[in-house]
Design a binder for this molecule. Structure first.
Ligand code: ADP
Length: 400
């Protein structure tokens, strides 16, 4: 049996912590030594110089040095020591200028010393507050990551476990249907076909849920992607739907991006698929645009469908959430949640602008890996704008 002990990552973490503590200790020692040296030099100089010449203004450096240790008591102690030494020397220094001059000088030094102490103290408070907030944020992030992982694991396990019984039930329903064909009344036949179609729907939901849970950062295969090629594949897959609905798809010249081609295809497929699914009575017209921003590409998928109530605009990107106006259309409420996940994995964000009866425009951004300079960005933007106009005026439909 292997000896029990901390795992490798835990051991690394312990080693790192020990090293940090050791470094901090030696730095603190150096700082204490520096404070003592400064105080000793200034004290000696103060004692040796005649009244009226006070080098003790240099004591103001001490709180600035002491704050580096991060220990409040040490800062207070050093500032108090400097104050006491400033006044002790008043009785030790050789005669020179009048006594009142020394009193005024030492009062000024004391004032400035404690003023720098207050500044240092406030800075330390602000730093501590920042560190606390950063810690809270880090904790929240960790918690969010953990619950996301749990949700993904749950979705994956649940989907896998449901698939088996679902397949069996579907098969049995088909068997019963074929056995009873022509032997049952109309109601029974209708109920059977309802059962079969609901099983199919369940299948589709489970597949989508599995797809949703499969998309994670670990499985992100980032390569150079030609968006035009990805779109062509997507449109090929949607050919039957496009033809059945006489849908027209046009697009700007699309760029090359860094991303996972399979995930980007699912993203486009969901958005274009929805644009067809939530069509209005008019012929569906879908247009893909792209604009180059400084650090990212901003894509948009515009349709002339039924539109979305602005009150639903955020909700519909959550898992299993559906728009109020589309409950009559069959759906699972997983598609846009998957889109959101994919876009966020690519360092972007997704949102929709729409109104009921006015069509919808879905926007998403893909982080630009090369961080184009604004000059190139503007040039590209202008170029794509020109080409967009050309495409729009020619109205070239896809698929190509
Ligand atoms: P589903 O389509 O399976 O319901 P989605 O997550 O793809 O799930 O979409 C969530 C909801 O967003 C839909 O139920 C619909 O109300 C709304 N929606 C998505 N795309 C469009 C669109 N292009 N036009 C109108 N409504 C849309």
């Amino acid at each position: 049996m292997p000896p029990e002990g901390p795992t490798q990552p835990l051991r690394d973490e312990l080693l790192r912590t020990t090293r940090t503590v050791a470094t901090k200790k030696s730095t603190n020692l150096l700082i204490v030594a520096a404070c003592v040296a400064v105080i000793a030099v200034l004290f000696t100089a103060d004692v040796l110089t005649p009244r009226g010449v006070t080098p003790t203004i240099g004591y103001c450096v001490v709180p600035l040095l002491a704050v580096q240790t991060g220990r409040r008591r040490f800062i207070v102690a050093m500032t108090a020591l400097c104050t006491v030494l400033t006044w002790v020397v008043h009785f030790l220094e050789p005669p020179g200028a009048p006594v009142w001059m020394s009193l005024v000088e030492r009062s000024i030094v004391t004032g400035v010393l404690w003023f720098s102490f207050v500044l240092v103290w406030q800075r330390m408070n602000a730093q501590n507050e920042l560190a606390r907030q950063a810690q809270v944020l880090e904790d929240l992030n960790r918690e969010l990551r953990r619950s996301n992982q749990e949700l993904d694991a749950f979705a994956s396990v649940a989907s896998h476990d449901i698939r088996g019984p679902l397949a069996t039930t579907g098969m049995l329903a088909n068997l019963v249907a074929s056995r009873l064909e022509g032997k049952t009344d109309q109601d029974c036949a209708q109920w059977l076909s309802l059962i079969q179609s609901e099983i199919q729907r369940m299948h589709a939901i489970v597949e989508k849920l599995l797809e949703y849970s499969r998309f994670d950062a670990d499985r992100l295969g980032v390569v150079d992607c030609e968006c035009e090629a990805i779109l062509a594949t997507v449109l090929d897959g949607l050919k039957a739907d496009l033809t059945a609905n006489s849908a027209q798809v046009t697009h700007d010249p699309l760029p090359k991006v860094k991303g996972d081609p399979m995930q980007l295809a699912v993203l486009l497929q969901n958005l274009i698929g929805n644009a067809i699914k939530y069509r209005s009575d008019a012929q569906p017209k879908i247009h893909l645009s792209v604009a180059a921003e400084k650090d990212f590409w901003r894509f948009s998928v515009e349709d002339n469908g039924i539109g979305i109530d602005p009150a639903d605009a955020e909700r519909i990107f959550r898992l299993f959430e559906r728009g109020e106006g589309s409950k009559s259309t069959k759906g699972s409420g997983i598609g846009l949640a998957t889109c959101k996940k994919i876009v966020e994995l690519h360092g972007g964000r997704i949102w929709v602008e729409s109104a009921r009866g006015r069509g919808s425009t879905f926007y998403f951004t893909i982080a630009h890996p090369y961080r184009l300079s604004s000059a190139i960005s503007t040039a590209t933007k202008q170029g794509s704008e020109q080409e967009k106009n050309a495409t729009a005026s020619s109205g070239s439909p896809l698929p190509r």
